[in-house]
Design a protein around this ligand. Structure first.
Ligand SMILES: [Zn+2]
Length: 444
């Protein structure tokens, strides 16, 4: 099967491509090549007209929670993968805090099999750092890697013991696995439900200080130097944690980090009406921290945009703020929220592709992804930077509805997600447009 993505504006930072009028040919699930639009193409190729659209290597979300096995009422691998492709993500990386925890090759294989059955996005499992993510005994990273994990993490349960983190880094390095840490020093953040600051005082809610994240971020950078491990800090939300990453990079350490869209879009003021859709961990921060995140996104300190998609059942989020679980969905809103920054001039389209595709593939060593080099997987995200739309959570592909962004006006969206050469998602409004436009394209 051959697909020609015709006349798009192609951006692929891995090859330094940033130019219009390009045809991208996919064949047998792989990239066959990039050509000028006036070059001949195979007659039997199906044509996807990308005139006026941005064509990028498939977007990779490094941080999602799919809830299967164990909590399928919140989300399944199939429903999560459907939400992913609808949001423009051709690949998602699944955190291990399921029930049971993914700390064994059996669970790793189960996740991969369920993803293959769904046949939508690629799903790359992340294995637990410690058995049951209990923080006491290292998990069998080597066996899980052989089964298909791409990184290790106890995300959701910060690693309290620095000695355990050191040993985990040394162990993971032996398997060339990246360690992802949810930085949140447990004794400082204990019982906190929102950012500690003016708003937590006003609202009478227990706060989590920025220092809790910063202490762990600094520790992890120090340990990365000691062990030379590959360390990736998840959902960085504070100025101090970003400063630690910036310093680590200056020292040449193998440290990277991601930022989640809600952390740069909202501040802790959004908690003021006790809406549990503003409760997440790490929490929404104050304006100064948001400013630091935007600076990090602009100057290259931030490597990736990741959603931390964390679906919950409506009944659970309907509890009081103190009692409700942490987390919001994010797969279908991230690209729209990232385009807000493009339109505001925080970063350009090339940086957007780097943050959502090139860098995630590099950090997790995903072979032949995050690039449109000939021979790479035919994973492509096609975007319309100017498409105006309103996010309506009632139409979400996710099983869950927990988001503070329903009703938000967006400009810029993914219109298609192509996975291994197959159209896994096509925006309903673009089906007609492309069908009509196809008439203009005749093979030479
Ligand atoms: Zn998470």
């Amino acid at each position: 099967m051959k697909t020609l993505i015709a006349n798009g504006y192609l951006i692929d930072p891995s090859q330094g491509i940033n130019t219009g009028g390009k045809n991208l040919l996919l064949e047998k699930g792989r990239v066959a090549g990039v050509f000028n639009r006036d070059e001949p193409w195979p007659e039997d190729a199906e044509v996807f007209d990308a005139t006026g659209l941005l064509v990028a290597p498939g977007f990779i979300d490094m941080h999602v929670h799919l809830r299967e096995p164990g909590q399928e009422y919140k989300e399944t691998i199939a429903s999560g993968a459907a939400a992913a492709v609808a949001g423009g993500w051709t690949s998602i990386c699944a955190m291990p805090n399921t029930d049971p925890v993914n700390d064994s090759p059996a669970v790793t294989r189960f996740v991969i099999e369920q993803a293959q059955r769904a046949g939508l996005a690629n799903v790359f499992p992340i294995g637990a750092l410690t058995k049951g993510s209990g923080g006491r005994e290292l998990a069998e990273m080597g066996e899980m890697k052989a089964a298909g994990i791409v990184a290790v993490s106890d995300d959701g349960k910060p690693v309290g013991s620095s000695e355990m983190m050191r040993r985990a880094m040394e162990y993971a390095t032996g398997f060339d696995l990246t360690i992802i840490d949810h930085c949140q020093e447990p004794s400082l953040s204990k019982n906190g439900v929102m950012h500690e600051g003016r708003w937590s005082l006003i609202l009478g809610l227990k706060g989590m200080p920025a220092a809790a994240e910063e202490v762990d971020a600094v520790r992890d950078c120090v340990l990365a130097k000691l062990t030379n491990a590959r360390v990736h800090l998840a959902h960085v939300s504070t100025r101090g944690a970003l400063d630690a990453v910036r310093r680590a990079k200056e020292l040449g350490l193998r440290v990277s980090c991601e930022v989640a869209p809600h952390h740069w879009t909202l501040t802790d003021e959004a908690v003021s009406d006790y809406d549990t859709n503003t409760k997440m961990s790490p929490p929404l921060r104050s304006r100064d921290h948001v400013g630091a995140l935007l600076e990090g996104l602009r100057d290259g300190t931030v490597d990736a945009i990741a959603t931390d998609h964390a679906p919950h059942h409506a009944d659970e989020k309907a509890l009081e703020f103190d009692q409700a679980p942490f987390g919001i969905t994010g797969l279908e809103t991230a690209v729209g929220l990232a385009f807000e920054l493009v339109h505001q001039g925080v970063f350009d389209l090339e940086r957007l592709v780097e943050l959502c595709s090139t860098n995630p593939a590099r950090i997790f060593s995903l072979a032949d992804r995050g690039t449109l080099r000939p021979g790479a997987w035919g994973d492509v995200t096609i975007l319309d930077p100017d498409y105006e739309w309103i996010f309506d959570v009632a139409r979400s592909k996710s099983k869950s509805r927990n988001t503070p962004f329903s009703g938000r006006k967006m400009k810029g969206a993914a219109v298609a997600a192509i996975v291994a050469g197959r159209v896994a998602y096509l925006h309903p409004e673009f089906t007609r447009t492309t069908a009509a436009r196809h008439q203009n394209y005749q093979p030479k």
